[in-house]
Design a protein around this ligand. Structure first.
Ligand SMILES: [Zn+2]
Length: 479
């Protein structure tokens, strides 16, 4: 009886959990192209005619917007796209590499080549794809130049140090190289492709400028060119395309309209209390105070400007997920939309900026997807960009690395969504316990009834009682 109950428990357990769904679908994985148009805010198609993006939405899926991770700046949020991890978990916490001992800082472009900055435990999807037998490429995507655990992307193109990010002719050449050479001739399964616009134009002229609207038209033409190029190269029916961005863009207030944030002007704050600082870089900043001066610096800055947020690293709001990493400095600063953080005096003259709180709508990028595995003419609600990574792994039929996203948040976009993965929620555990408990009660009653019947028969034959079977029943019910 004990063995039987044990077996039933196993059966009941297997009934409440499902075997892991196979990642490789019956139809065979299609190719996947991930495109980032840097700084393409979710609503940039609202004040510009975008016929090609509209057509793509009719042929595929459009999300209202997606939420990037915080700091909403280029390298960290791009690394979230290709690892599915929040910034504090993947460790690429800033566009700039820095060393608080030597006080050295490296620019965005130089940082591309600081290997240990990127190779910090999280693998970009191209490495995972290669390890599982696929062929992958990356064109200008942040993180392309680095080696991860001894492995590089097999086909990679890093932008030169001086590069015109907005030349439409070059964009078309890049598209043709990815479609013709990489996908068709070299038969790559996955490519990540990066465009530096409309970020550059959004910074220079602001998100509400006619120049930004022109650049969105250029992005739209490029999307049309890209879909045509896929058809010309015979890829259209076996290529999934995801187009998104790293962050949005927000207008900076200036010219005496507002009281700018200049740290030097704040009473009781002194740069001489710091070992190292990273400010004059849009709306975010990080400070490393000298030993014993953390509270002094913090108390001077906290509440000093109505649009400056000042937090000790360990007291950061948990929703921002920007605390739990050794690279994050002890004091974290960020400004409200409209403001940037200046150190000694104003040195930033961009009309548009990003880096702000990721809750603000201005920081939300767009999201579009089209291809054989996606539904048509479907608009879905917002989701976090960490969920794009598990979606891409599913599309490629590869097993994801540990990540902060989940396919459940995007599976409704798919033509043939896989079965839900097992969830060991408390309710299913209770159902399991209930099933086993119910079975034991049934066993109890069957045994009691059979005992009563047996005893009745026995008592008719023999005048003496036999208590052994009573003991047996107690044994079972105590299990
Ligand atoms: Zn960017």
């Amino acid at each position: 009886m004990l063995w039987t109950i044990g077996l039933c428990f196993l059966l009941a357990s297997s009934g409440i959990s499902h075997p892991l769904s196979s990642h490789r679908r019956n139809t065979g994985p299609n190719k996947l192209l991930l495109i980032s148009f840097d700084g393409f805010r979710w609503d940039y198609d609202r004040d510009v005619d975008t016929p090609h993006l509209d057509e793509m939405a009719r042929d595929g899926v459009k999300a209202t917007y997606v939420t990037p991770s915080f700091f909403t700046i280029t390298s960290p949020t791009h690394f979230t796209l290709i690892t599915g991890r929040y910034i504090e978990n993947h460790g690429v916490i800033h566009n700039m590499w820095f060393n608080t001992t030597t006080l050295e800082k490296k620019s965005y472009w130089q940082t591309q080549f600081v290997n240990e900055y990127w190779d910090n435990g999280s693998l970009p999807i191209w490495i995972t794809a290669q390890r599982q037998g696929l062929k992958a490429g990356s064109f200008h995507f942040p993180g392309t130049a680095a080696t991860y655990q001894g492995e590089m992307v097999s086909v990679g193109e890093v932008e030169p140090p001086i590069y015109n990010y907005s030349n439409e002719t070059v964009w078309k050449q890049n598209v043709d190289m990815v479609m013709g050479s990489w996908f068709r001739d070299m038969d790559l399964d996955f490519v990540a492709l990066y465009f530096g616009e409309p970020d550059g134009t959004g910074h220079k002229f602001g998100p509400d400028s006619p120049q930004r609207r022109d650049m969105v038209r250029q992005v739209d033409r490029t999307v049309g060119y890209l879909r045509n190029s896929a058809k010309r190269h015979g890829l259209a029916d076996r290529l999934n395309v995801i187009i998104t961005a790293d962050h949005g863009m927000s207008t900076v207030q200036r010219n005496g309209n507002v009281e700018e944030i200049v740290l030097r002007k704040i009473p009781n704050f002194s740069f001489s209390d710091l070992v190292f600082h990273l400010v004059d870089y849009g709306p975010t900043g990080m400070l490393l105070p000298k030993e014993g001066r953390l509270d002094k610096v913090y108390n001077a800055l906290k509440g000093a400007h109505p649009h400056l947020h000042v937090y000790k690293k360990e007291e950061m709001p948990s929703r921002l997920r920007f605390s739990n990493n050794d690279r994050i400095l002890p004091i974290v600063l960020w400004a409200d939309p409209g403001y940037v953080i200046n150190g000694y005096f104003p040195v930033q003259f961009n009309r548009g900026e990003h880096g702000f709180d990721n809750e603000g709508l201005d920081m939300k990028p767009f999201f579009r997807a089209v291809g054989p595995d996606f539904q048509k003419n479907l608009e879905v609600g917002p989701f976090d960009t960490v969920n794009i990574y598990p979606l891409m792994c599913h599309l490629l039929g590869i097993t994801p690395e540990p990540n902060d996203g989940h396919l459940d948040n995007t599976r409704r976009m798919l033509v043939a969504p896989p079965p839900e993965e097992p969830k060991r929620s408390p309710s299913s555990v209770f159902i399991g316990i209930g099933a086993v408990g119910g079975f034991l009660v049934l066993v109890f009653f069957v045994l009691v009834i059979s005992k009563v019947l047996k005893r009745g028969k026995t008592q008719k034959r023999i005048e003496d009682g036999d208590h052994k079977e009573d003991n047996t029943i107690i044994e079972h019910t105590n299990m």
